[in-house]
Design a protein around this ligand. Sequence first.
Ligand SMILES: Nc1ncnc2c1ncn2[C@@H]1O[C@H](COP(=O)(O)OP(=O)(O)OP(=O)(O)O)[C@@H](O)[C@H]1O
Ligand SMILES: [Mg+2]
Length: 592
Amino acid sequence: MKALVHYFNIFYKWVGTKIFLFAFLVLSTTIVESLGFTIALPILEYGSDPGESSRYTIFIYEFLESLNIKVSIVSLVALVTFIFVVKAIIRFIQVTIGLKVVFKFSQDLKFDLIERYRKMKYSYFINTEIGYFNNLITTEIATTIAAFNKYISVLVKIITVIVYLSFAFLFSWEITLTAVCSIVIIYFLFLPITNKIKRLNIILVKANASLQNSFIQFILNFKYLKATSNFLNPINNIKTAVKIQRNKGFESYLIESGTPIILELFSMILFLMGILFLVLIHDLEIASLLVTILFIYKSLLRIPEFQTAFQGFMAQSASVDVVEDARNQLEDNSEIFIGETINSFSSKITLHNIDFSFGDKQILSKINIKVPYQSSIGIVGESGSGKTTLVDIITGLLRPQSGKIEIDGMDYNSLNKESLRRLFGYITQEAIVFNDTIFNNITLWSGDDTDNECLKRVEKSCQIANCSDFINGTDHGYNTIVGDRGIKLSGGQNQRLAIAREIYRETQITIFDEATSSLDTKSENLIQGSIDNLIGRQTIIIIAHRLSTIRNCNYIYVLDKGRIVQEGSWDDLISDSNSMFAIMCRLQGVIN
Ligand SMILES: Nc1ncnc2c1ncn2[C@@H]1O[C@H](COP(=O)(O)OP(=O)(O)OP(=O)(O)O)[C@@H](O)[C@H]1O
Ligand SMILES: [Mg+2]
């Protein structure tokens, strides 16, 4: 009962008042259906001595006569037919509305989750497993919808049983009471089983998420695992989850399917014993007895169905909790896109005394940086010195623990972060490519490849990013599918494609995080050319290991263990031949 109320509150929050409309329709159908059965009594008693007819039969006869209809077997059958026609109509409306509610609910839940994913903080994203997100939107939502269906059917069964028992009670309260007692006894007998199923299913939900996670990792890293024949442990992780699914799934399904069989047997024995007892003591009127037994039999039939539906629901209810929990967590970790909207950048971005840590680990300390409009800024430093973290702070993906960032004099905290991020183009350290055509990779599905204007813009972006040659060399040109994570292209081609996308977007500030790291000297020169093309026309932030890449930057910051240890123009920085920068340059052979 507690569970029913708990989930009612959740579903009510998700679906709204439509649940009541649905329940009302179920109630109406059942009442009309019950009327159809009770009408059997006057038919059974038709032709017998009016003095011996039950009160109910007399009431129906009087009702027909008040409508000026002569009581006959024909009019009684016509009345039954009428009642069943009304029932069919209500039932049809009920099914239609029910299906509408369920499908709309499924869509709303998925849309809502995707929206929550979009809004989740980047810091929450990096601390959560991919499998968790994937499992939620695929498996858990589907199970939640199935659980909702079962919940509705549990409600339907409860209503049906109550209505049938009420009718039965009107005919013979003694027999009905016996039946109700049997139901209560059975409910308590089977309570531990229901709880057991719930526990099993919490384990199954966890196994599902873990399977998806291990599997995604397996697929994402397939090339490495294959090339090194290093499959053993990754596959064991998958197998462990599958084994849990098998064992616990078997147990859960066995209990779920086995209970109704035992339950039906139990309820029939209990009930028949009760009837026997009553008939031996009381001399009950046969016609009323028949109708009462019909009702009780029908409601008793519902009890195993109810138990199955309820256990089925409890089995799947773990997913409802998982989805509800995820929604709450995503809500707690969501970015609220309020604040001032920024549409353009015209003066400078400044970072004042920025401190940033991941948990207890201090990554950046007392960072002061200025990025003037249309300048080109280079950031260099050893691997792990905090360069990527720094640009993630500049784009507003990560929020520093202390310090202040301003863009054109406006505090980042007062800005709508979505509008802020639209100003940025970001060529990330690992090139971002989608498994689709080259054209869609550049337009991110915002363009139409039959539109000449759009095609020209795409081609121009590719020229600037120096990728036209390789695209024209492919079999299908701009319609070439690049494969998952660009597996059908080379690392450098993917990198240039990512650059073309940002050029196509015409953003105001472009960040290159190691854009040339996976390129050969020739392609590096090509990219260098395209970056140099943008210098002076756009604001650019370049992170590079290869120092030659940042030679043309207006200003350079040197990071070491999260601190800025040197800054200035290229010439300033190399003027001190003992400085860290000059040493790095000499090591790379950039200067003598
Ligand atoms: N999500 C995270 N949780 C905890 N620590 C992290 C996380 N991401 C990065 N770090 C740590 O922060 C430090 C800086 O990482 P960052 O990626 O900014 O370095 P980087 O200068 O870009 O290095 P590289 O040149 O290798 O790309 C590293 O020590 C890294 O281990
Ligand atoms: Mg990095």
